[in-house]
Structure formats: structure tokens, C-alpha cells
Design a protein around this ligand. Structure first.
Ligand code: IPE
Ligand code: IPE
Ligand code: MG
Length: 246
């Protein structure tokens, strides 16, 4: 399937300064549904259109990696019915979309705790999507699923110990290489929807120097135009990485 809503990229977006890696906290699904008198889960369902549209938008401007926060290690605290819905929804979303994403040259990867609590059928579908798309190079769609920034660091430290890395060899490089996707550049731009001004345990290590953009738009209403606007805002920022502007 091709782009269902081909949309021109605004001229004001500088094509040679597009963030390489954009990460998004897809938040506000529950409120979107509640405002319409619907069940919270309907909001998650409506978020699929946003995800697909934003993926096409990211492809059209040449973003090389898009990480989306789909389920956090803290989301297990939600009512069992919602958790069950989210597990099945993410599985069926892959079933519905993996071929289309594959045709677009998207490599699908996952960041998060494998096996811990995630049903086997969901894991299997995740493995199939990664396997199918592993040689694609146009863009990486990295789905943070059963993901926690602290859990990722804990998992990296456990791996360091398993690898018997001597104390004097422990540095940022050896830690970083044990994160879930060390091959991805750190996110240049992190977007959070729904008007919440917090990180909620997303990419704690990787977003040390990311530009952060918060928008009131609820995730199911977010479209590629909102992504383009965020990228333009990013392009107006001055990144210093602790140095001084010369
Ligand atoms: C984000 O939407 C999706 C997930 C956390 C899985 P929410 O479900 O958190 O929606 P709000 O924040 O309650 O509106
Ligand atoms: C963050 O949103 C997690 C995802 C979007 C998957 P939450 O809705 O879970 O975050 P809090 O609870 O508002 O911090
Ligand atoms: Mg939320």
C-alpha cells in the first residue's frame, strides 16, 4: 500500500537539517476517548491512524529513526482489561501494518524488556516483524514496548556484569553498547503529546541532549503536519551540548 494521504512538506522546513532520530511519547489516548464519551481503549485504537500518518511523514522528510513509546514498564499498573487490550492491540497492529511498512522500506525494531510479562503470542509477532524487515534501510521504526528507561539501564548493567567487564573499563561507551539499540543515534528531538510536561521513564540515557517539544495535541489527533511543525521548531533551536556558541 502506498501513502494514503500524500502531503507536501512545507518549504520552510529545511530538508538538510532534519533530525536523524525523532522519539515520541504518544500520550492522550484515554482523554481523547473520554472527551467523546467513548471507552479509553477506543482512544488507543484511534492512535493507529496517527502512528501510520506520522510514519509516512517521517519517511517523507528523511528521518532515519522514529522511536515511539507504546507501552511502558509502569503501564502494567493499569486496569487488567486495558492492559489486555493494549497487548492485543499492539499485536494486531503489527499484523495489519507490517507488510505495508515493509514495502516502504521500514525496519521495525523494539526496545523494551523481552519476555518479562509480555504474552508469548505478542512476542512472537514482534519477532516476526523484526525478522521480516531486518534488512530494510529507509527508516527504522523502533517501538518502545514494555519499555522503561531505568529498566534499560538496569539491563545494561546486568549485561556488563555478565560480560565480566573490569571496573576500569566501565565507561559511557561500554554502557551504551549494552542498551537495547546502540546502533541508533541518540534522539535529536523528543515530542510528547497531550500537554503533559514529563518524561515518564522514556529514553533516560539517550535523551541527555535531545531537544524537547511538548504539544497540547492529543495523540489520536496528531498528524504529520504536527510532526513537520515540531521539526521546524527544532530547527529554530540552538544546540550547544554544554559548549559555547562560537
Ligand atoms: C497513551 O495514552 C497510550 C499509552 C500509555 C499506552 P494514555 O492511555 O496514557 O492516555 P491518557 O494520558 O490517559 O489520556
Ligand atoms: C507514557 O504515558 C507511556 C506511553 C505513552 C506508552 P503515560 O500516560 O503512561 O505516562 P504518565 O502516567 O502520564 O506519566
Ligand atoms: Mg497518558
Amino acid at each position: 500500500m502506498s501513502d494514503p494521504r500524500p502531503t507536501p512538506v512545507p518549504d520552510s522546513l529545511e530538508r538538510d537539517r532534519v533530525p536523524r532520530h525523532v522519539a515520541i511519547v504518544m500520550d492522550g489516548n484515554g482523554r481523547w476517548a473520554q472527551r467523546r464519551g467513548l471507552a479509553r481503549t477506543e482512544g488507543h485504537g484511534a492512535g493507529e491512524v496517527a502512528l501510520v500518518d506520522v510514519t509516512y511523514g517521517a519517511l517523507s522528510v528523511g528521518v532515519s529513526a522514529l522511536t515511539v513509546y507504546a507501552f511502558s514498564t509502569e503501564n502494567w499498573r493499569r486496569p487488567i482489561d486495558e492492559v489486555r487490550y493494549l497487548m492485543n492491540f499492539n499485536k494486531s497492529l503489527l499484523e495489519r501494518r507490517q507488510n505495508e511498512l515493509h514495502e516502504q522500506g521500514v525496519r521495525i525494531t523494539f526496545s523494551g524488556r523481552r519476555s518479562w510479562r509480555v504474552p508469548k503470542g505478542v512476542m512472537k509477532r514482534m519477532d516476526e516483524a523484526s525478522e521480516l524487515t531486518k534488512h530494510n534501510t529507509t527508516m527504522t521504526l523502533n517501538i518502545a514496548f514494555n519499555y522503561g528507561g531505568r529498566a534499560e539501564i538496569v539491563d545494561a548493567v546486568q549485561q556488563l556484569v555478565r560480560d565480566q567487564v573490569p571496573v576500569n573499563k566501565i565507561d559511557e561507551k561500554t554502557i551504551r553498547s549494552r542498551l537495547y539499540h546502540p546502533e541508533l543515534p541518540d534522539p535529536d528531538l523528543v515530542i510528547r503529546t497531550s500537554g503533559e510536561f514529563r518524561i515518564s521513564n522514556f529514553l533516560l540515557w539517550e535523551m541527555a541532549y535531545s531537544e524537547l517539544i511538548f504539544t497540547e495535541v492529543l495523540w489520536p489527533d496528531f498528524r504529520r503536519e504536527d510532526l513537520f511543525e515540531a521539526i521546524e521548531e527544532y530547527q529554530r533551536r540552538e544546540r550547544r551540548f554544554g559548549g559555547v556558541d562560537t
